[in-house]
Write a protein of this length. Structure first.
Ligand SMILES: [Zn+2]
Length: 159
């Protein structure tokens, strides 16, 4: 557990160094350690909501509510092969408060406990949130760290 925390810290430092906020692009940290799988998504709010300001009307208010509910269910974003038998814990979703104005991000963290390490993660988020065009994945496994750039529709191979 301690080791995982250090690993995550190292990754978030890495993300910050490269963390330009470009609409359509998101960062995803994927850490696999033993039976634990942790996926952290850091995305411009625009990718998910289509706006980055305090909701101005009922349709934007409804969109904000719908997206924050969708993010509570990991399966709207990730599909992990059933063979890995991963169980999802309750996610941590940080919606923007828009108080500062300018750009805002949505951060979400998903924890899974898997019987065997997954070899692949499919990403229904491409379909569910059309605002995503590319995702930079920082992958950390027992085999080391690497960065993978995914384009819309691609799956994440963990091998
Ligand atoms: Zn923005």
């Amino acid at each position: 557990m301690k080791k995982l925390a250090i690993c995550l810290l190292a990754l978030s430092g890495f993300a910050a160094a490269h963390g330009a906020h470009v609409h359509g692009v998101a960062e995803m940290d994927v850490v696999i350690e033993g039976k634990k799988l942790v996926i952290t998504l850091e995305s411009p709010a625009d990718n998910l909501l289509g706006f980055e300001h305090t909701p101005k009307n009922d349709s934007e208010k409804a969109k904000l509510k719908a997206v924050s509910e969708q993010l509570q269910n990991a399966s709207n974003l990730f599909t992990i092969a059933a063979s890995a038998q991963c169980k999802a814990a309750a996610p941590t979703v940080k919606m923007p408060d828009f108080a500062k104005g300018g750009h805002s991000d949505i951060d979400a963290e998903y924890h899974f406990e898997c019987a065997t390490p997954p070899k692949q993660i499919a990403l229904p988020l491409w379909k569910n949130f059309a605002g995503f065009k590319a995702i930079t994945v920082n992958l950390a496994t027992a085999n080391g760290q690497k960065q993978i750039k995914l384009k819309s529709g691609q799956v994440l191979n963990l091998k």
